[in-house]
Design a protein around this ligand. Structure first.
Ligand SMILES: NC(=O)c1ccc[n+]([C@@H]2O[C@H](COP(=O)([O-])OP(=O)(O)OC[C@H]3O[C@@H](n4cnc5c(N)ncnc54)[C@H](O)[C@@H]3O)[C@@H](O)[C@H]2O)c1
Length: 319
């Protein structure tokens, strides 16, 4: 692709996260948002009128437009597969929300279709583009931890869904729950920094109402070489939301707290916060996406990786 040509994007899904990605695409000089799509006419019309853009409630009409280079898919998980398969058939580059799909089979199909479509396929894992990620990866590469002894994820929510994230699907068992919604970020992070996760052994607790998502889970797994990975998820408990990811080593401990704060400590030292530069994570992802579409080397999470993440996710959910 011509290095100077602006990348014309269509957006499918303008909910909580879609609106954020839409604003980031608008702000990024490599991209131009050409058309908006949402199943809610009121939502898409309002956004389109505000920004003087074309709009539709039927995503298929966007796929017919030869002027669109990239499609962003920000719809609820059970619609990823159908829409993304159509996008790939139309041979458009695609940025899809996590988790890749709503089952292992769907994710496999999407990954295979993406590999043969000859387009750029990427997922939105913003933590990968945070300064916190770069800091942890750098320290690990430098041997800060010594011998890694244990990896732990604690994800505790006073309520699920969170008060700021209310929609019709996120508290449901079919496609919602904190395991599907939050854990893929950390499955990716662990894989990217430490390698694949194997031997998952999970216990998931569900409420009596079969329509509602999990309220508790704990799981053990292993990295190659046998280092244990512990997952601890809990909701509807009296405390502030606490998402803490910690890697314990023989010489150092590294902890990522609430997505953005890295704390580090040596032997018998308290964990102290590491100062980090401010980086816009979504713009960071879009830099890489633009590079890939222009044929340059880029740091993206592709659908093959998305499928592997989905496999671990499904084994955590199966219990
Ligand atoms: N990457 C991240 O950090 C991050 C954060 C939150 C959510 N997510 C993921 O993003 C996706 C969307 O989450 P959300 O919180 O924005 O959900 P949401 O319910 O707030 O928004 C989804 C939007 O998609 C629209 N929609 C549904 N079906 C559609 C269709 N067939 N065609 C067009 N529009 C359709 C809905 O009308 C709604 O506006 C989910 O997969 C979720 O897991 C990712």
């Amino acid at each position: 692709m011509d290095q100077q040509k602006v990348i014309r994007a269509g957006i499918i899904g303008l909910g909580g996260v879609g609106e954020r990605v839409f604003q980031a695409l608008r702000a990024h000089p490599a991209f131009q948002v050409a058309v908006l799509c949402d199943a809610s006419e009121q939502r898409v019309k309002q956004a389109a009128e505000t920004h003087r853009l074309a709009w539709t409630t039927d995503y298929r009409t966007i796929l017919d437009d030869p002027a669109i280079d990239l499609i962003y898919v920000g719809v609820p998980p059970k619609f990823h597969h159908g829409i993304v398969m159509d996008v790939l058939k139309a041979r458009k580059h695609v940025l899809c929300e996590k988790p890749l799909a709503n089952s292992e089979e769907e994710a496999k199909e999407m990954s295979e279709a993406a590999a043969s479509a000859g387009v750029v396929h990427a997922m939105n894992f913003p933590t990968y583009y945070r300064a916190a990620y770069a800091e942890m990866a750098k320290r690990i590469a430098e041997g800060f931890l010594g011998e890694l002894k244990r990896v732990e994820l604690k994800a505790h929510f006073h309520t699920w869904p969170r008060p700021w994230q209310q929609n019709h699907w996120i508290g449901g068992r079919e496609q919602g729950g904190f395991i599907r919604e939050v854990f893929p970020h950390f499955i990716h992070l662990i894989r990217a920094i430490l390698g694949p996760i194997r031997d998952v052994n999970a216990h998931v607790q569900y409420p009596a109402d079969p329509a509602l998502c999990e309220t508790a889970m704990f799981a053990s797994a292993k990295l190659d070489g046998g280092v244990p990975v512990l997952f601890d998820g809990l909701s509807q408990i009296a405390q502030k939301e606490n998402i803490t990811f910690t890697m314990y080593g023989s010489q150092g401990t590294l902890s990522l707290q609430d997505w953005n704060v890295v704390k580090a400590g040596g032997m018998n030292e308290p964990l102290t916060e590491v100062p980090l530069p401010e980086i816009d994570r979504t713009l960071g992802l879009l830099d890489e996406l633009a590079a890939a579409i222009r044929g340059e080397k880029a740091r993206l999470v592709d659908f093959a990786e998305g499928y592997e993440i989905q496999q671990t996710l499904e084994s955590l959910l199966r219990g």
